[in-house]
Design a protein around this ligand. Structure first.
Ligand code: C2E
Ligand code: MG
Ligand code: MG
Length: 246
């Protein structure tokens, strides 16, 4: 893969407070720009990288690039902007590789209370106690955790609520059918009610229409991302968008 040729770059998609419409943070999304094949989306190459050990190296590179960018934003007066980084379940499952990530975290001096790691339910299924221990090690740095693609996995809620998760991101497959009254819309409404009861912050993924935005705002969904609000952008462009809104 293009790691050695440095063909990977990070784009950043803003996350909005749906009440105030302010940008509260950005999510780092990796892009592979291959000179031969053009832009290859992460849902194509991340699963491939996860089948081999390449994922570990790729993930370290992504974390370093993201923290480097975070440091630049902190120097530019954007220290309040949260940065979310997606973390593959493989990096959590391997103690050696998890330790390397911890070392990277210790070596970058950024405000970790504004860093969020996103994990998916797939990580939970393997070894619950091990996952719990590793996640608590991340929390010891002040890092917050988000459960990504919520609603698409098969994990038991009884298990999920025991994890030290701060934020729940509702998968865009549920957001898609809003405002039509069907099962997905009803699930979204219930996820919101349950998450608020359990004191999670909720972020809706993939908001594409005004009707979806309105519905989510009315149902007290705190955060939102989606093409309607802003597409993922290179770092300089996203800084511009954030500064224009300040
Ligand atoms: P994700 O973490 O759930 O990221 C959200 C995906 O939804 C992104 O796709 C984003 O571009 C897309 N998206 C945002 N708003 C909309 C919208 O309104 N409509 C639609 N249709 N899509 C929207 P992307 O960048 O292609 O990433 C796909 C997945 O690849 C991510 O899903 C994540 O699971 C994985 N991924 C991306 N970057 C990384 C990374 O740095 N590390 C790891 N481990 N995984 C990553
Ligand atoms: Mg994500
Ligand atoms: Mg997601």
């Amino acid at each position: 893969m293009g790691i050695v040729r440095d063909e990977f770059t990070l784009f950043y998609q803003p996350e909005y407070n749906l009440d105030t419409k302010n940008i509260i943070g950005v999510e780092a999304l990796v892009r592979w720009i291959s000179p031969k094949r053009g832009m290859i989306p992460p849902d194509v190459f991340i699963p491939l990288a996860e089948k081999t050990d390449i994922i570990y190296e790729l993930e370290r590179m992504i974390i370093c690039k993201a923290l480097e960018q975070k440091r630049i934003w902190e120097k530019e007066g954007l220290e309040h902007i949260e940065l979310s980084i997606n973390l593959s379940s493989k990096s959590i499952e391997s103690e050696d590789d998890f330790r390397i990530i911890e070392n990277i975290i210790s070596s970058y001096k950024v405000d970790y209370s504004t860093i969020i790691f996103e994990i998916t339910e797939s990580v939970v299924i393997t070894d619950f106690n091990m996952v719990m221990e590793r996640l608590n090690r991340l929390k010891a740095h002040g890092i917050r955790l988000a459960l990504d693609d919520f609603g698409t996995g098969y994990s038991s809620l009884v298990h999920l609520v025991k994890l030290p998760i701060d934020i729940i991101k509702i998968d865009r497959s549920f957001i898609k059918s809003i405002p039509y009254s069907n099962e997905e819309t009803s699930i979204t409404k219930n996820i919101l009610a349950m998450a608020h009861d359990l004191n999670y912050r909720v972020v809706a993924e993939g908001i594409e229409t005004n009707a979806q935005l309105e519905y989510l705002t009315q149902n007290s969904c705190e955060g939102g991302q989606g093409f309607l609000l802003c597409v993922p952008l290179p770092s300089e462009q996203v800084s511009q968008v954030i500064k224009e809104k300040m």
